[in-house]
Design a protein around this ligand. Structure first.
Ligand SMILES: NC(=O)c1ccc[n+]([C@@H]2O[C@H](COP(=O)([O-])OP(=O)(O)OC[C@H]3O[C@@H](n4cnc5c(N)ncnc54)[C@H](OP(=O)(O)O)[C@@H]3O)[C@@H](O)[C@H]2O)c1
Length: 406
């Protein structure tokens, strides 16, 4: 499909109207290890940014006719954030993708952060490489929970269930229990994770990988996250959750519940975000190849144009903008075929949602990720994908990009 990219004047005007606001509240922070120095260096700019952005902050917005509350970073300038958490120690339990991103961001924001992981595992090594010091900021899981006031359970979801019998007795009164997924608490019948009754239980779930949480923060931007309260003992649970959300690098947060968060998250990643798109790419590629198209042509018309040209347009300005940026021929055909794909996919999505809601997806995930060999088993499956013709062709196509870097 050929894209014109000679968008009409009205499309350009629409796009300008809808161009996303620049996140001027953010402060670009170097990833220095000494956060006290860093905090001193960035505090004045945080103040300046706040005064410019006084109009931003918590607000109710109309999302296509439904009113929702959003929380923005500008309500929590750095000095206020540091003051709020001055007596707290954030204990990152687990140092995978999220522990890394959230931990480093909170540390760079000048908060007291420690990491708790099993000694001499992969994460322990990774944490040391990132500047966490054994005995000072890096501890065993048990010791970190003991030292922490805000216990941020960022173990893999399967590990949260496996370790709960050890972790639970350490979550004593006055601590706060934090998750980045509703998984363990909502599916308690399968995970056995039942939080103690006398602590606040909160959630901030970044809508992206921990690597993105970190990259966006370093660029002075911020990931969008959802925020929820499961148990509010102090009456301050939501406020604390929002403040932590800012501390770990969120740009803005929208409110949800633990249940809604986990249902939508499991559904989305199995659907369009990952599984669905992988299935669509592969099906389209296979038909092109079966009809005699070369691997490069099949890959270009399936993945390369999508990721490099059209999907970014949808992300930046919306679906109608993408349509306006394409040829009249492309528009007509796509408009005709969209409802056919919708109809074919609707039953699959309905089945998927049911599979999430009835716990099947949780059961599968706990079984697979609870295996001792989960890393090796996953690596094997991913290698199989990497070896599929579509992705081998993709490597060569990518190498042709003028800005290609290995
Ligand atoms: N990744 C995402 O995109 C994302 C996005 C939003 C929310 N979340 C949520 O954030 C949380 C953390 O996710 P993640 O992706 O960062 O996790 P992950 O990368 O899967 O984290 C693995 C961590 O769990 C530890 N671990 C695994 N099995 C263990 C066991 N049996 N005993 C003790 N430690 C064990 C690992 O330590 P070792 O190195 O020692 O094995 C590692 O520190 C989850 O609730 C997840 O759903 C993730």
């Amino acid at each position: 499909m050929a894209s014109m990219f000679s968008r009409s004047a009205s499309a350009a005007r629409n796009a300008a109207r809808r161009a996303p606001r620049t996140a001027t509240t953010s402060v670009v922070r170097p990833s220095a290890r000494s956060y006290s120095l860093l905090a001193r260096a960035i505090a004045p700019s945080a103040k300046a940014a706040t005064s410019i952005q006084g109009a931003r902050g918590i607000k109710t917005l109309d999302f296509a006719g439904t009113k929702e509350v959003v929380y923005e970073r500008s309500d929590w300038p750095l000095p206020k954030l540091q003051e709020y958490f001055k007596n707290d120690t954030l204990a990152m339990i687990g140092y995978g993708s999220q522990g890394h991103g959230q931990g480093l961001n909170a540390r760079d924001n000048g908060l007291n952060v420690i990491v708790g992981v099993r000694k001499d595992g992969e994460s322990w090594k990774q944490a040391m490489e990132d500047g966490w010091v054994p005995g000072e900021t890096l501890f065993s899981i048990e010791e970190a929970i003991d030292r922490g006031t805000i216990i941020m359970n960022l173990l893999s979801d399967a590990a949260q269930s496996q370790t709960w019998s050890t972790v639970a007795p350490l979550i004593t009164k006055d601590k706060t229990l934090y998750f980045s997924h509703g998984f363990s608490v909502v599916f308690k019948d399968l995970t056995n994770v039942i939080p103690p009754k006398d602590v606040d239980v909160i959630l901030v779930a970044p809508k992206g990988s921990g690597r993105t949480v970190r990259t966006l923060f370093k660029e002075g931007r911020g990931i969008n996250s959802s925020v929820a309260v499961f148990q509010d003992v102090t009456g301050k649970a939501l406020e604390k959750a929002v403040a932590i959300g800012v501390g770990i690098g969120s740009g803005y947060m929208y409110e949800t519940t633990f249940e809604k968060e986990v249902y939508s998250d499991l559904y989305g990643e199995r659907g369009v975000l990952m599984g669905g798109i992988q299935g669509m790419f592969l099906a389209q590629y296979k038909v092109l190849r079966a009809n005699g198209h070369s691997p490069s042509e099949a890959f270009n018309e399936t993945v390369e144009e999508a990721t490099q040209s059209l999907f970014p347009l949808i992300g930046q300005h919306g679906m109608d903008y993408m349509y306006n940026a394409c040829s009249t021929t492309a528009r007509r055909g796509a408009l005709d075929w969209a409802p056919i794909f919708e109809k074919a996919n609707l039953p699959v999505f309905e089945k998927l949602y049911e599979s999430v809601k009835n716990g099947t997806e949780t059961k599968n995930s706990l079984e697979f990720n609870g295996r001792k060999t989960y890393r090796e088993d996953l690596a094997k499956e991913l290698k199989e994908i990497d070896e599929q013709e579509i992705w081998r062709a993709g490597k060569t196509v990518r190498s042709l990009r003028p800005d290609y870097k290995q």
